[in-house]
Design a protein around this ligand. Structure first.
Ligand SMILES: *Cc1c(COP(=O)(O)O)cnc(C)c1O
Length: 427
């Protein structure tokens, strides 16, 4: 696949080779990252990148849509099927654009939105002050309970009653527990607000029925396609039939021009993969792995926000270990363990140098790793935290990481996926 690149752009070819080696020779624990299948990569790198398709199937502004219409209809049908939704829009360029489209579909500028505050686990687009969403809309932010690290639904309801938002957003970027979307739906109803549920992180768990779906309880559901759902980078919107027109108009022509048809095609492939028993097995293992990793970290004396996890991610509060999040993330990266530093609820430290570390299991699970490997990874993290300034130890762990990775090849990096692959066959 890279031979033309090798010939015509050796500089980029060399860099891609380096990135491929990095992806296979490191433990990627960033909870929003994954490895797509070879099939998804092929669709993404296909001739569909050459096609303009402004509009929707049957209503395009350019000719030559014989194939694109069929692809988009397939993608839409597959999305509706696996999420059991009335309507799906698969054109959003990203999760952020999908959220803005959801606002544009049902709100007027100046209306009040209420979402989870970013330092407490929310996303920028949920009304954080640095985001356009807080400038166009009047933003009210809720937080998690600082004691439990969990939502206090009564407090959220009180805040909703006080501010009477036009839309309440459920969903998070760094929340390790299952979210009760039914309660969020009821709170929204009680104040006459729309309910937008953003399942960017957990959509793979929702498809696999591990977490309860928000579809029955939300007016609109938004998601990315590249996190636990394991597709190409993109966004998607699901909604009740009554909002279908508003949603479609908000995405195009409201916010976007032509959809990225190569991405949309790869989304169709990923949705098909998600509709298999293998994917359900994968998603279950993601959660089992996260629990195994969390349990071992607790044994090593780490503090975890909320005391553990129900999903694919873990938020470590490092204050008890006296190691700042950024320092640990940098040391881990030197040992080829890739994580991200993160704020913890009521973090006394600034956001660019916070007290927490966020880790997750979607990518390592795609490589076929299970509970024993999670215990090993917890051991690596513990040793590095204990030897944060010891380069010899960090280098030694880097070698052990490489050894572990060599036993779990990345499925999408091979034309014929390796035997232990959870994608395109294997067990
Ligand atoms: C990742 C994420 C998004 C944004 O996705 P992008 O594709 O990066 O724009 C939106 N909402 C939540 C909750 C997320 O975690």
């Amino acid at each position: 696949m890279l031979s033309a690149l090798e010939q015509y752009d050796p500089q980029i070819y060399e860099l891609l080779k380096q990135e491929k080696a990095r992806q296979s020779g490191s433990l990627r624990l960033i909870p929003s990252e994954n490895y797509v299948s070879r099939a998804v990569m092929q669709a993404c790198g296909s001739c569909l990148t050459n096609k303009y398709a402004e509009g929707y199937p049957g209503k395009r502004y350019y000719e030559g849509q014989q194939v694109t219409d069929l692809i988009e209809m397939l993608a839409t049908e597959r999305a509706k099927k696996i999420f059991k939704a009335d309507h799906a829009n698969v054109q959003s360029y990203s999760g952020s654009v999908a959220n803005v489209a959801a606002y544009a579909a049902l709100l007027e500028p100046g209306d009040t939105i209420m979402g989870l505050s970013l330092p407490f686990g929310g996303h920028l687009t949920h009304g954080w002050k640095a985001s356009m969403t807080s400038k166009v809309y009047n933003s009210v932010q809720y937080e998690v309970d600082p004691e439990t690290g969990r939502f206090d639904y009564n407090k959220i309801e009180e805040l909703a009653k006080k501010h009477r938002p036009k839309m309440i957003i459920s969903g998070a970027t760094a929340y390790p527990r299952e979210i009760d979307f039914e309660i969020f739906g009821n709170i929204a109803k009680s104040v006459g607000a729309y309910h937008l549920s953003d399942i960017a992180h957990i959509s793979g768990l929702v498809v696999a029925n591990i977490h309860k779906s928000p579809v029955p309880y939300a007016d609109i559901v938004s998601t990315t396609t590249h996190k636990t759902l394991r597709g190409p980078r993109g966004g998607m919107l699901l909604c009740k039939a009554e909002y279908a027109k508003n949603i479609d108009r908000a995405v195009f022509p409201g916010l976007q021009g032509g959809p990225h048809m190569h991405t949309l095609t790869a989304i169709a492939v990923a949705l098909n993969e998600a509709d298999t028993p293998e994917f359900i097995g994968y998603a279950k293992q993601v959660v089992k792995n996260a629990k195994a990793l969390a349990d071992k970290l607790l044994e090593f004396g780490f503090d975890l926000v909320s005391g553990g996890t129900d999903n694919h991610l873990i938020l470590i509060d490092l204050r008890s270990k006296d190691v700042p999040g950024k320092k640990l993330a940098k040391a881990l990266d030197r040992a080829k363990i890739v994580t991200n530093y993160n704020t913890v609820p009521c973090d006394p430290r600034p956001p660019f140098d916070p007290s927490g570390l966020r880790i997750g299991t979607p990518a390592v699970t795609t490589r076929g790793m299970k509970e024993p490997q999670m215990e090993q990874i917890a051991g690596f993290i513990n040793r590095i935290a204990d030897n944060i300034d010891n380069d010899t130890v960090i280098e030694q762990i880097g070698k052990e990481v490489l050894m572990l990775c060599s036993h779990f090849p990345v499925p999408g990096h091979f034309i014929i996926p390796p035997k232990n692959s959870h994608i395109n066959g294997g067990d």
